[in-house]
Write a protein that binds this ligand. Structure first.
Ligand code: 0GY
Length: 290
């Protein structure tokens, strides 16, 4: 583990908000254990171990039924820890993998059988070396044949330049963490409105309304400066939003969130039972278990 790496919260509080039965945590990771599933040599950080058993225990403790496990960059394109967790979940987890351009249809089919339903393209420079867009497009064309989607992670300043690429995707697209807006600028700022416009223009683009702990300038426990951004997307694109804990919260520097208080943010961004059902059950079930 890196000397400045913050491990996940050892004893999160029990949330006050009770998710509806069948709720899905649609963004979380497993790390290692490194002794069994070593981290990738090209990784940009070395985290603590965060095992499938710990993830499944947290899922139950917080009141969720299912997980979508996203391949983290510290494992590179070696999806073995992800596949191991998916296979152990008894059908209660689906996955998003990371693959290279040489991936075969047979290898993708094997991932599909394990429960993978998407690939992640990462544009965050502190996490990965750049991949040419044509390479990503080639991968997207392959996974489209399996009915998968693409998850993209980028930061707000990169959105404008990425729009033509995002619009060229042959699959549905899920944007991590609302495209990481600068929340100090406000919901009405052209930067966030650019993202809203993109979702308006392209009805196959979805957003995770997750990670207040990463985006907030105010900080825990309420993260009230992030809620208006998430609420704006939930209100407007109710059937294209997903929510996740982001456990075990890689690379947090300011603080380590209490997962219970993150769950308590949900009713402030999805303020009716109908919106909560869409966000936590109907949308992730359609995309990952449909
Ligand atoms: C997240 C965010 C981060 C890391 C990764 O794959 C990863 O390493 O996604 C981050 O450092 O912002 O969504 O987990």
């Amino acid at each position: 583990m890196d000397p400045d790496y913050l491990p996940f919260h050892p004893g999160p509080s029990r949330p006050t908000y009770t998710p509806p039965p069948g709720a899905v945590d649609a963004h979380c990771h497993v790390f290692g254990p490194a002794a069994e599933f070593p981290f990738a040599p090209e990784r940009k950080y070395t985290p603590c171990d965060a095992s499938k058993a710990q993830l499944f225990a947290l899922r139950d403790y917080l009141g969720f039924e299912r997980n979508v496990i996203v391949q983290a960059t510290c494992h590179g394109k070696d999806n073995r820890a992800l596949v191991d967790a998916l296979k152990a979940s008894g059908g209660k987890a689906r996955g998003v993998a990371s693959v290279g351009p040489d991936i075969t249809m047979d290898a993708l089919t094997e991932l599909h059988e394990a429960g993978v339903r998407g690939v992640r393209f990462n544009f965050v420079k502190r996490l990965v070396d750049a991949t040419p867009k044509e390479v990503f497009l080639g991968i997207a064309e392959k996974v489209a044949k399996l009915g998968w989607h693409v998850v993209v992670y980028f930061e707000a300043p990169d959105l404008e330049g990425l729009i033509p690429f995002l619009k060229s995707m042959p699959t549905p697209l899920v944007v991590d963490h609302m495209g990481r807006p600068d929340v100090t600028k406000g919901v009405d700022h052209p930067d966030f409105q650019r993202f809203v416009d993109l979702m308006t223009d392209v009805p196959t683009i979805w957003s995770k309304v997750s990670c207040p702990e990463r985006l907030s300038a105010e900080g825990p426990p309420v993260y009230s400066d992030v809620a208006p951004f998430a609420k704006a997307l939930v209100d407007r694109f109710t059937d294209r939003v997903l929510w996740g804990t982001d456990w075990p919260h890689p690379n947090m520097k300011s603080h380590m969130p209490d997962d219970g208080t993150l769950v308590d943010v949900i009713p402030r961004i999805a303020d009716t039972p109908e919106k909560q059902r869409a966000l936590l059950i109907d949308n992730p079930m359609r995309l990952y278990w449909g």
